[in-house]
Design a protein around this ligand. Structure first.
Ligand SMILES: NC(=O)c1ccc[n+]([C@@H]2O[C@H](COP(=O)([O-])OP(=O)(O)OC[C@H]3O[C@@H](n4cnc5c(N)ncnc54)[C@H](OP(=O)(O)O)[C@@H]3O)[C@@H](O)[C@H]2O)c1
Length: 270
């Protein structure tokens, strides 16, 4: 496994397993972050309409000189736009300055609109405006409901995931259905980086706690998108392909689970 490693999604599209998160990467700082990341070898960028930085990400990708087809771009349909996903995607494409995204994701399973919105996303997928479609913040019950009527099985479900929030049942369910699970907030937004249990294992591998958390996700055959706007951290977070966590230490880390969340809890959505 290296920074170019991809996973084959259920529609055959190859998605890099490692990418850059951009939530809270402000318009005036995200451009440099993208350029540093691309220089360090990242080829996968995760954004969303609600992050308000698609335009600057589009600018930076252009500036990098890399070919569009060599960068995997994910963006997301925001909740208020679920009534008109086509308009929302067109707007994202305009800001990103591209005529397709690699992955278009429903950001949240909004109770009243999620099923209808998925139908429109299926149409957009068939038209080629997105090379694949996925969901985010879907629990097992949301996926079961969607799969009853879906013609296209979501390629990915992006959820909060870390050793401190080890969603084993969801992971098994997604694997069974052919939906790859993708971890957001894999660094617990920094909140658990000083946890002594984590620090102890990280020291053993001569890696930082952040690097250990990212590697742990990848060893669960998942996708991971740590966010940083600092050059040193962007490079640090990518320097995770020269070591392997032993199965004993993976088990130890799995046992850190304490349902710790940094983000909203989708349990609250019926
Ligand atoms: N689908 C969803 O609903 C959803 C929700 C949340 C997030 N996401 C996606 O997932 C991405 C990642 O999640 P996240 O941004 O919530 O949290 P995260 O990646 O767990 O943590 C980001 C935070 O950790 C800091 N950080 C980064 N690398 C570090 C390092 N090596 N050492 C110490 N601190 C470090 C960053 O600060 P600096 O930037 O200042 O370095 C930032 O404050 C997001 O950016 C977004 O793309 C999706």
């Amino acid at each position: 496994m290296d920074i170019n490693t991809t996973i084959k999604l259920n529609n055959g599209v190859k998605m890099p397993v490692f990418g850059l998160g951009t939530y809270k990467a402000a318009p005036n700082e995200v451009g440099n972050a993208i350029l540093w990341a691309l220089k360090a070898g990242y080829r996968h960028i995760d954004t969303a309409a609600i992050y308000g930085n698609e335009k600057e990400i589009g600018d930076a990708i252009k500036k990098s000189g890399l070919k569009r087809e060599n960068i995997f771009i994910t963006t997301k349909l925001w909740n208020d736009d679920q009534d008109d996903p086509e308009k929302a995607l067109n707007e994202s494409l305009r800001k990103l300055q591209t005529n397709y995204v690699d992955l278009y994701m429903m950001h949240w399973p909004v109770e009243e609109t999620r099923i209808k919105a998925w139908k429109v996303m299926e149409k957009l997928y068939k038209e080629g405006k997105c090379r694949s479609i996925g969901v985010s913040n879907f629990l097992i019950r949301h996926l079961k409901e969607l799969l009853k009527t879906a013609e296209v099985v979501p390629v990915v479900n992006q959820v909060e995931f870390s050793p401190f929030l080890f969603l084993k049942e969801l992971l098994d369910f997604c694997n069974e259905k052919g939906t790859v699970l993708e971890a957001y907030s894999p660094l617990t937004r920094g909140q658990k980086l000083n946890d002594p249990k984590l620090v102890e294992i990280a020291e053993k591998y001569k890696k930082t706690p952040a690097q250990l958390l990212i590697r742990w996700v990848l060893q669960h055959n998942m996708i991971v998108i740590p966010k940083s706007v600092h050059k040193k951290r962007i490079e640090e977070n990518a320097d995770i392909f020269d070591f392997e966590i032993s199965s004993d230490d993976m088990k130890k880390m799995n046992s850190f689970n304490e349902n710790f969340r940094t983000c909203w809890d989708p349990q609250n959505i019926p």
